[in-house]
Design a protein around this ligand. Structure first.
Ligand code: XMP
Length: 611
């Protein structure tokens, strides 16, 4: 097996997942055991990967590996911080840099005999400050980038097989990263040491084990791929009378969705499924709330309350009925981790404190908790679920509840907005040619962590240019998390100077949900007609109260993205004529809507959902 030593990097878990995609058995040695785990405990390792980490080798208390690690007679790959430790421990030199290197870089391969066969001139993703400036004895440089003289290093002298990458091959932004990790797996001879079928068998055994003492499982299903696959796994592991599925209509589903989900889950032949309309209860719980975290928490609590009520109604003993959830790995990591701003903290609805308490008591079953979305789909296919269930676009558990943006009506951030708008306009004007950029207006407030810029006026219709502008603004403004372009105020003279400010107070009312639902239905229909719905990985449609040039109202935000597993995503370039068509159809059908915005922020630094 391959041991992945966790040095605290946010992508450590992703490394293990990527290795599994090459059918290699990979196991994370967790931070609790520290990456300095004695090598004696790794004696069954066929290979080792040392992950990246947030620290600098120069911190006195930085994580260190057991120095004997580098002498093990197995292939070892150090990534980012792991590469720096390898080089420093073996006699090379690592130096602190004043400026870090974050984002895309182009690789110049100088030796393609090892892991970099297909990597010449490919894009790799960098995220580091310190760098290797002098190689240890017997090492050679196998690739460079314009900022990094030793972007990839290797030592194959005397039977050693040590490799180091300063960049991150595990993220999809590194174009050839998958092939590099595949080459590592082949070099270790481990392809085929793990298969998805093993995962399914392991989980079936774990579920049966957990329910050995006669316990049963109550699953909240949403019709989404994660909960459906969870339910199908449980249905395979347990007799039909020991599992119960409940679809909850929260009143925050999309148009026609509840009927569709009920029908397709019934057709899938999953046993013991029930549906409940709890929309009044959910909307009641959201009354008066505006802060995203408060909303998420209220929604999470309602799911539990509905489950408890159903248990009571059916006379089920809550201690005997475990809660089954379709939680996947990205739900459990702090969602703010992928974003640059430290204040972006998001609690997924299946991770509210009340559920954490149940987890501590061993009352929760989450068979997919270690997987990413694409792996969940692979499990779904293995379980024989219909393609339309397996390939549905992701839809968050809290549904439109996290897409209906609210505001408490306080406007104490006018200064911040004015400054951010000026700065963003200058940044865009100075660095990217968006001719002639009229204005970037900003809405923002510290209470809801949504500080976004809206590019209005004749901004030029080139997605690449707009994307570059967004990256520049978010990375350098220090105050904006997102950038959108206005689809309706996009002509010369439209916005000689554009002001954007909150349009509050707005809370989660059923009228507002209806408007959002309708806008979502129009956008979805138009994208489906254009044949794009299957190409777009996920297309959230959100609504926000916004005052544009003094005109109070609401805006609709389109957020189509391309992704593999939601850890990274880029905005999807929908042809402009289709955007125009969607925007004018929404405006015509919904007089409350004053503009339709298109989100051009990638993840990182943004996130997919707006809340
Ligand atoms: P972010 O916004 O963190 O989203 O980039 C990553 C993926 O997770 C989904 N998401 C959720 N799913 N409950 C869920 O079941 C939630 O509370 C939640 N929040 C975000 C999101 O739709 C995307 O696919």
């Amino acid at each position: 097996k391959i041991y992945v030593l966790d040095c605290g990097g946010q992508y450590c878990h992703l490394i293990a997942s990527r290795l599994r995609r090459h059918e290699a058995l990979s196991v994370i040695v967790p931070r609790a055991a520290a990456c300095d785990v004695p090598v004696a405990e790794l004696n069954d390792a066929a290979a080792i990967v040392v992950s990246g980490g947030p620290q600098s080798c120069f911190d006195p208390d930085s994580m260190k590996v057991d120095p004997a690690l580098w002498q093990l007679p197995v292939p070892i790959l150090g990534i980012c911080y792991g590469c720096q430790m390898m080089c420093r421990d073996l006699g090379g030199k690592v130096e602190e840099a004043q400026v870090g290197e974050y984002g895309a870089a182009t690789l110049t391969v100088t030796d393609s005999s090892g892991l970099l066969k297909t990597a010449q001139n490919s894009t790799v993703w960098m995220s580091h400050r310190d760098k290797v400036t002098q190689l240890p004895p017997d090492f050679t440089t196998t690739a460079t980038t314009s900022h990094c003289p030793h972007a990839a290093v290797a030592c194959e002298v005397g039977g050693k097989r040590l490799y180091g990458f300063q960049f991150h091959p595990e993220v999809t932004h590194s174009q050839e990263g998958e092939n590099m990790l595949g080459a590592f797996v082949d070099l270790c001879g481990l392809r085929g040491s793990w298969r998805m079928d093993d995962f399914v068998d392991e989980q079936l055994a774990k579920i049966r084990n957990k329910c050995e003492d006669g316990r049963s499982v109550f699953v909240l299903v949403s019709g989404g791929v994660d909960s459906t696959v969870t339910y199908a796994l449980l249905a395979k592991a347990l007799p039909p009378d020991r599992i119960l599925g409940l679809y909850v209509d929260t009143g925050m589903m999309r148009k026609g969705e509840s009927a569709l989900v009920e029908e397709s889950l019934q057709k899938a032949g999953l046993p013991n499924l029930r549906c409940v309309d709890a929309s009044a209860q959910f909307l009641g719980a959201l009354e008066g709330l505006t802060a995203p975290e408060a909303k998420r928490r209220a929604i999470g609590q309602q799911f539990l309350a509905v489950q408890r009520d159903k248990c009571k109604e059916l006379g089920l003993d809550p201690e005997k009925w475990l809660l089954g959830q379709g939680t996947i790995y990205p739900d459990t990591i702090e969602s703010g981790g992928a974003a640059k701003k430290a204040d972006v903290i998001k609690t997924h609805h299946n991770r509210v404190p009340e559920i954490d308490a149940l987890i501590e008591r061993g009352l929760v079953v989450e068979p997919l908790a270690d997987l990413y979305k694409d792996e969940v789909r692979a499990v779904g296919e293995r379980l024989g679920l219909a393609p339309h269930l397996v390939w549905r676009q992701p839809f968050p558990g809290p549904g439109l509840g996290v897409r209906l943006l609210c505001h408490d009506g306080e406007d104490d951030d006018a200064d911040m907005r004015a400054k951010a708008a000026q700065q963003a306009t200058a940044l865009v004007g100075a660095t990217v040619s968006v001719p002639p950029l009229k204005s970037v207006g900003c809405q923002g407030d510290a209470r809801t962590y949504r500080n976004f810029g809206v590019i209005c006026g004749d901004y030029g219709r080139d997605w690449d240019v707009l994307g570059d502008a967004a990256t520049k603004i978010v990375n350098e403004s220090g105050s904006l998390n997102r950038v959108c372009v206005s689809l309706l105020h996009n002509k010369a003279g439209d916005a000689p100077s554009f002001s954007v400010s909150p349009g509050g107070p707005h809370t989660c009312t059923s009228d507002r949900f209806d408007v959002l639902r309708e806008a979502d239905a129009i956008a979805t229909q138009k994208l489906t007609d254009a044949g794009l719905m299957r190409k777009i990985w996920q297309c959230p449609v959100a609504m926000a109260p916004l005052t544009l040039n003094g005109e109070k109202g609401e805006v609709i935000i389109l957020r189509p993205v391309d992704s593999t597993e939601a850890m990274t995503a880029s905005f999807y370039r929908v042809p402009f004529e289709i955007c125009d068509d969607i925007a004018s159809a929404i405006k015509e059908a919904l007089p409350q809507i004053s503009d339709v915005l298109f989100d051009v922020t990638n993840k990182p630094p943004g996130t997919i959902e707006w809340e």
